[in-house]
Design a protein around this ligand. Structure first.
Ligand SMILES: CCCCCCCCCCCCCCCCCCCC(=O)SCCNC(=O)CCNC(=O)[C@H](O)C(C)(C)COP(=O)(O)OP(=O)(O)OC[C@H]1O[C@@H](n2cnc3c(N)ncnc32)[C@H](O)[C@@H]1OP(=O)(O)O
Ligand code: FAD
Length: 615
């Protein structure tokens, strides 16, 4: 769509007091990465076959899937070309860059997301060198998915009921679904797309259960794509979002796979049925750990999209004068609006930085694990659980806040905010449900509080527990250091309160698990335990309001620095040129309900009633 940029946005960009490009380079971790990202954006977004004439929302569930699959294989081809160097733009962030722009391409989810993001990465992390050499071929026929959750069990994975029983006479595992609740349910791409999967099942050898292990199983014929004998597979139906991801169900009826299809990097089953234990029994959960880490950065990106849309719209939208004799103001001038939006921008930066830090920590800990040192794994797991939980919960709340901040127009699908919300809120549940993950972190904290309470030596990271017990916390100071001290006091105070409740329940004769359950609300909620006073809160509040005013002239610059292209934002409200009303009218004209001047239902249903007495 041609035309001038909205005058208010032009003025906002003139007001900006910092170098927008410089911030973009910081966000991309360097100018070189910005250049490469833009090359990839240009390359992919210029592929004409990826764009639709009919907006996604007007397609049926089946049409959406078929359209998405067409695009997914174009994207996969590009990824393979980038990987093999046939397209000369590649760096370590390439898959993530491609991942970021896919929202624009699919306006939903890439049905190959789990194939690319979880299937390949799990094989790379958990299969032996020989298995990787066989399965990770670039021209492999396998389209895979990650199959863990069952109809009856998602959070409590030790309760998974699918079995893999070793048959030493044939050197095979027999995969079996013993009852309805053991049907696999949810895996993305399983419904129609995948012909193979990594399946999590309870391993049985000679009647002994060795717990959960991962197996590679072919489920559809590579040529005809028909389900193999002994496989019952299908799609689970429409959802709040993720409607192109063909999430599926899967049952095995004594389906046989070779012994060598168990992922054997960390754990082995030998030909004679000997079980060789892993160095740490949670290494099998490694893919969940990695995905939780990756999700933090993805959620930061979703926040930057929502903030871009809502801030640009708020600069263009004028409604109500502040003083009655003045013209109507940009809604961005209302301090309450600034509060809604600037927090979203800030949170995007926070989770981007934390996500990168977690990514590097994960790399470091994985390298240690490779050397046989498991010491850092529990801390990484506790951090990943907590950060995945709060980043997803914050992101979905803030995306919704941005949607509400756009008033009625935020409710239009063409704003793209409902789709971003549906996508973001799913992350609160998948890859470990919010409360369940917070309880994992609580379990870790309580362990160290017990050491502190018993005056036993603590690692340096937990020295603040001891400080709290000895009342060593300094008086609150309104500074970044003061805020960190305040948070330490909150964690210590909250952990103490939960620990005390737990002990009280135990003293009253409860078993540990029951006592834990009774303390679980305390274990997941944070409250004010710091030395902060009422006066401090007033000072913080007024500093916050000063900061909102300081940020105000730079708001549009800040979101421009995210540098998200219009094709990816897919929003009538958030485009770079700010031609909001023109774009809304153009999108409305695409509604099939505008195709006929008089819809045929008028003749069928309305006219017979309204004209009844006049015919
Ligand atoms: C187009 C281009 C694409 C390019 C891609 C690149 C970009 C990628 C972007 C990524 C975006 C991804 C989008 C994803 C889309 C959807 C994906 C959804 C997939 C799924 O949902 S898969 C299913 C996930 N399921 C779960 O997460 C289940 C949650 N439950 C659990 O994890 C466990 O049951 C739980 C809660 C941890 C409990 O386990 P349990 O065995 O019962 O353990 P205990 O509580 O008894 O604890 C025992 C002991 O173990 C420690 N522990 C637990 N887990 C771990 C772990 N993972 N690692 C290390 N240690 C662990 C725990 O702390 C305890 O320790 P103690 O010392 O206290 O005993
Ligand atoms: C969009 C989407 C995509 C998905 N993709 C995949 C996939 O590709 N592969 C796959 O295997 N799975 C996938 N899943 C499944 C997902 O991982 C599970 O839904 C998730 O782990 C939560 O498990 P659940 O559904 O069993 O919830 P439940 O555990 O039944 O949770 C229900 C409620 O019970 C509470 N609860 C449960 N246990 C406890 C406890 N111990 N203490 C306190 N409260 C508790 C929870 O907090 C929650 O409030 C996907 C899910 C979604 C929504």
């Amino acid at each position: 769509m041609g035309g001038r940029v909205n005058e208010d946005l032009i003025k906002e960009r003139r007001k900006c007091t910092f170098d927008i490009k410089e911030l973009t380079h910081i966000i991309d971790c360097g100018e070189e990465n910005t250049i490469k990202r833009k090359q990839i954006d240009n390359y992919i977004l210029n592929i004409k076959e990826l764009w639709d004439d009919v907006p996604e929302e007007y397609l049926s569930h089946k049409e959406r899937y078929e359209n998405a699959i067409k695009k997914a294989f174009i994207v996969l081809k590009v990824l393979r070309q980038l990987h093999t160097g046939n397209i000369q733009i590649t760096d370590h962030r390439t898959p993530t860059n491609v991942y970021s722009i896919q929202d624009g391409i699919f306006r939903n989810v890439n049905p190959l997301l789990i194939h690319i993001g979880l299937f390949w990465s799990t094989i790379a992390a958990q299969a032996s060198t020989e298995q990787q050499a066989e399965w990770l071929q670039p021209d492999s026929s396998m389209i895979g998915t990650y199959v863990q959750t069952e109809l009856g069990h998602g959070s409590f994975i030790r309760g998974i009921e699918t079995t893999a029983t070793y048959d030493s006479t044939t050197d095979e595992f027999i995969l079996h679904t013993p009852r309805l609740s053991a049907y696999k349910w949810w895996p993305g791409g399983l419904g129609n797309t995948a012909n193979a999967c990594l399946v999590m099942a309870q391993l049985y050898i000679n009647g002994t259960c060795h717990g959960l292990h991962i197996f590679l199983a072919q489920i559809r014929d590579f040529d005809t794509h028909k389900p193999l004998p002994g496989i019952k597979v299908g799609e689970i139906g429409p959802k709040m979002g993720f409607n192109t991801a063909d999430n599926g169900f899967l049952g095995f009826d004594n389906h046989r796979i070779p012994r060598t299809n168990m992922l054997m990097k960390n754990v082995q089953v030998l030909r004679d049925g000997t079980y060789v234990k892993p160095k740490h029994d949670k290494l099998t959960y490694g893919s969940m750990l990695l995905t939780r880490v990756t999700l933090i950065s993805d959620l930061a990106y979703q926040l930057s999209k929502a903030a871009t849309i809502a801030v640009r719209y708020s600069a263009v939208r004028r409604q109500s004068p502040i003083k009655s004799n003045e013209p109507e103001r940009q809604i961005l001038d209302f301090v309450s609006q600034q509060h809604k939006l600037f927090i979203t921008i800030a949170s995007s930066h926070v989770y981007r930085v934390v996500g990168l830090w977690m990514w590097n920590s994960h790399k470091r800990v994985t390298a240690d694990i490779h050397e046989g040192n498991m010491g850092q794994l529990p801390e990484l797991h506790a951090l990943a659980c907590c950060l995945k939980a709060i980043s997803s919960r914050d992101a979905s709340a803030l995306v919704e806040q941005c949607r509400l901040a756009c008033g009625g127009h935020g409710y239009m699908m063409a704003s793209n905010l409902p789709q971003i919300y549906a996508y973001t809120t799913a992350a609160v549940t998948y890859e470990g449900e919010y409360t369940v993950l917070l309880l994992q972190t609580a379990r870790y904290l309580v362990k160290f509080w017990r050491l502190a309470a018993e005056h036993k030596p603590l690692p340096q990271n937990f020295a603040y527990f001891e400080d709290y017990i000895k009342k060593n916390f300094e008086q609150w100071r309104n500074s970044p250091e003061g805020i960190i001290e305040g948070f330490k006091a909150i964690v210590a105070g909250k952990t103490k309160a939960a620990y005390d409740t737990l002990q009280c329940n135990l003293r009253n004769g409860r078993e540990f698990e029951e006592a834990w359950n009774m303390a679980s609300v305390q274990l997941t909620n944070a409250s004010e335990y710091s030395t902060i006073s009422r006066n401090d809160i007033e000072a913080l509040q007024s500093r916050y309001e000063e900061l909102l005013a300081l940020i105000r002239p730079n708001a549009v610059g800040l979101v421009d620095a995210f540098d998200i292209r219009d094709e990816v934002l897919c929003s009538t409200l958030g485009a770079y040129d700010g031609r909001v009303y023109e774009r809304m009218m153009e999108e409305a004209s695409k509604s099939p309900l505008n195709e006929d001047v008089v819809n045929e239902s008028f003749h069928k249903y309305i006219r017979p009633v309204t004209m009844k007495n006049k015919l």
